[in-house]
Design a protein around this ligand. Structure first.
Ligand code: COA
Length: 335
């Protein structure tokens, strides 16, 4: 039997810190509102006047993950790239990352599962490895949200939540059925809620031109969200999908050593932990420092948890995410 195993992790956060007070200078908001509703204190943004793309952040995280795995880039068989803030509308950001790693020729697959992107990517990597098709896959989640936010009072419900960053994992084949490995992944989507959290334009779904001045004036090129609906569904689906993963592996909540959840809102994660009855010290959060970095959040969480001494070899890790689509997913990993 072949299993997949995470053999290296890396995270890269742009150095520029944007605090809640910084946001207060450009829109009507307060540190108190943001912290009370979301737990976020600060986030990172790339320097707005520099030409840095999502693939550049992805490259930095990938280099750290490769060094951590102690392998050369040339050993990678495939790149899976998860982002909702691509370098360009097409081709996929994986195609921009690939030559930066000197890997011309290997497959580069972009997936668009937003906040659930990393776990969907992990599942795809796991399937390719278990089938024996590939031996080493680079999975990257990266976002530059800061360029696509409406940084005025009209966009404040979303602008305060998101940050830039990248996280990467090297995933490799193993034959050890009891050692470090991905135990299982569980994926879901419910497209009936696709318009509850989306960017509606540009798009092919409209009559007329791909993009118009009117659509830009209406701000349809910015993300739009029904925050309350997202909150309610996320708080329900995340515990559900964690329990699904445990049941599939005949494990109990108390068997899990660390929960690394997606970081959309600290209040969502507190509610998930409360519903599941998980002790606080088993949940690893990064949202205070980085906000919601969408597809990058979970691999950044892994890296930060390792750095903080909270994630160690042999531990059983549960990860779960919820996001636009709606999509939600979980994975159980023996670290
Ligand atoms: N600063 C200050 N006030 C703000 C604000 C901001 N950044 N954003 C919104 N407000 C205002 C609203 O305009 C509203 O004012 P009103 O009562 O005068 O109309 C008030 O705050 C309450 O807004 P509401 O949207 O009801 O707040 P909420 O309690 O639902 O919290 C979220 C908003 C976004 C924090 C919350 O809904 C949430 O976190 N949802 C999930 C979002 C998420 O996870 N998204 C990513 C998914 S992966």
């Amino acid at each position: 039997m072949i299993f997949s195993k995470i053999v290296g992790t890396g995270a890269y956060l742009p150095p520029q810190i944007v605090t809640n007070s910084d946001l207060q200078k450009i829109m009507e908001t307060t540190d108190e509102w943001i912290q009370q509703r979301t737990g976020i204190k600060e986030r990172r943004w790339v320097e707005q006047d520099k030409a840095v793309g999502t693939s550049d952040l992805a490259l930095e995280a990938a280099k750290i993950a490769l060094a951590d795995a102690k392998i050369e880039a040339s050993e990678i068989d495939m790149i899976i790239m998860a982002t909702l803030s691509p370098d360009h509308d097409f081709p996929g950001t994986g195609c921009f990352l690939q030559p930066k790693l000197g890997l011309a020729g290997i497959p580069a697959l972009d997936i668009r599962q937003q906040c659930t992107g990393f776990i969907y990517g992990l599942s795809i990597a796991d399937q390719f490895i278990r089938s024996g098709t590939y031996k080493k896959i680079l999975l990257v989640g990266a976002e530059i949200h800061s360029r696509g936010l409406n940084k005025t009072t009209a966009g404040r419900d979303i602008a305060v939540l998101f940050g830039d960053g990248a996280g990467a994992c090297v995933i490799a084949a193993t034959n050890d059925p009891t050692g470090s490995r991905v135990l299982s992944t569980h994926l879901h989507a419910d497209g009936r809620f696709a318009k509850e959290l989306w960017i509606q334009a540009p798009g092919s779904a409209y009559a007329g031109p791909w993009m118009s001045k009117e659509r830009v004036e209406k701000g349809e090129h910015f993300g739009a969200m029904n925050g309350k609906t997202v909150f309610v569904h996320a708080s329900r689906r995340m515990p559900e999908v964690v329990l699904e993963a445990l049941e599939a592996n005949h494990l109990k909540l108390s068997d899990v050593d660390l929960f690394v959840f997606h970081q959309a809102n600290l209040r969502i994660n507190e509610m998930v932990a409360k519903q599941l009855g998980i002790p606080e010290d088993k949940v690893f959060n990064t949202i205070e420092k980085f906000g919601n970095t969408t597809a990058a959040t979970i691999p950044i969480g892994f890296s930060e948890a390792i750095k903080a001494g909270k994630l160690k070899p042999g531990m059983l890790v549960a990860t779960a995410a919820f996001g636009s689509g709606f999509t939600w997913a979980s994975a159980l990993i023996r670290w």
